[in-house]
Design a protein around this ligand. Sequence first.
Ligand SMILES: Cc1ncc(COP(=O)(O)O)c(C=O)c1O
Length: 419
Amino acid sequence: MSEDALSHLSPVWNRAWPLLVERGEGPYLIDTSGRRYLDFTCGIGVTNTGHAHPRVVKAIQEQAAKLLHGQAALVVHQPMLRLVEELLPIVPKPLDTFFFTNSGAEVIEGAVKLARHATKRPNVIVFQGSFHGRTNATMAMTTSKTIYRAGYAPLASGVFVAPFPYAYHYAWDEATTVSFCLRELKLLLKSQTAPEETAAIVIEPVLGEGGYVPAPTAFLQSLREICDHYGILLVADEVQAGFGRTGKWFSIEYSGVVPDILVMAKGLASGMPLAGLAAPRDLMEKWIPGSHGGTYGGNPVACAAAVATIQVMRDEKLIENAAAMGEVLMAGLRQLQKQHTEIGDVRGRGLMIASEFTDTQGEPWTDRAKAVAKAAYQQGLLLLTCGSYENVIRWIPPLIVNASQLEDGLEKFQAALEA
Ligand SMILES: Cc1ncc(COP(=O)(O)O)c(C=O)c1O
């Protein structure tokens, strides 16, 4: 690739590293000079089966030779039906009906449109720090960082923001934080969007871009009760936390709560553009046929990749591996926290873990987190930051990762902390 071609790419992509990547192999990315990087970003939580898993690649190649495009509003194709068969035992009951599209933002837009049709109500409630996408509606639902909204006004209306139970941020214990957030949510329903005007409450059961914060079970259970009481639909955005990432198929399973609409993307198809939403049949039947769709949604090659992804995850016990390796990673990070007091908090579920950097006053320490991520890159370890203050280093290794690769990553991280 010439430098000249690079200068013709839009600068809106502010690339994390000056990395010209040639190929991916399991947990590694390899650049054009042959240098290997331990990729603990998974392309932002996508390549859960590792880069170029042979079974996923084979499924893509075979399907590409058969049918590249089968428009879902015109015909039905086998990979989509096979995907439904694979998803049915995975998603919680009574969610049994699926809609597919291409990206996380598109599927969240779809969920909101379904909720509006089904309830005939206009508004949605989201949570502080959430990230739901960058399209017009989802940008208005995103409050993880101002850059996603600044300069794009007017934003779509009908979106109301309640506090997320981020105990470390508030510097409260979990029970106090949950009680405060529920009080504020109830106040929002009294003061800004009446229940009879509220179609959906949309939550990331593990807050992603906003800082990798699992929502406490008591909070999710209370949301379910509030939604049931008022006929509001509960939408779980599992775009980043779903598909085995947290050691369960979907992160909301930790709470025992079943949402009305479950949204998935990223890890679903190992890198092919595919997203889906699941809802009970009677709810899905309230979505007026022909009122939503898209040219590419549910593409056969992407569906074949998703089928292979699910089979690999089952056969190679990747969910179990995510839970087990998550404990190894968490223990290693907690050990490093003891030596480095700037790591104020280590939290997460499975292989979705945060190390939050704070200064001696307990304030977010953005520069330190960014410097450590940069030093990790120099060590050959790819790590991303997240959080509104970008002071959180997030750990999202692929679900195929083993203990020695984690140890290698932790050693590189230690070197980065000491650089
Ligand atoms: C929780 C969540 N929802 C939605 C999205 C938007 O997905 P996409 O970038 O595929 O549009 C993201 C992307 O990071 C996400 O993390």
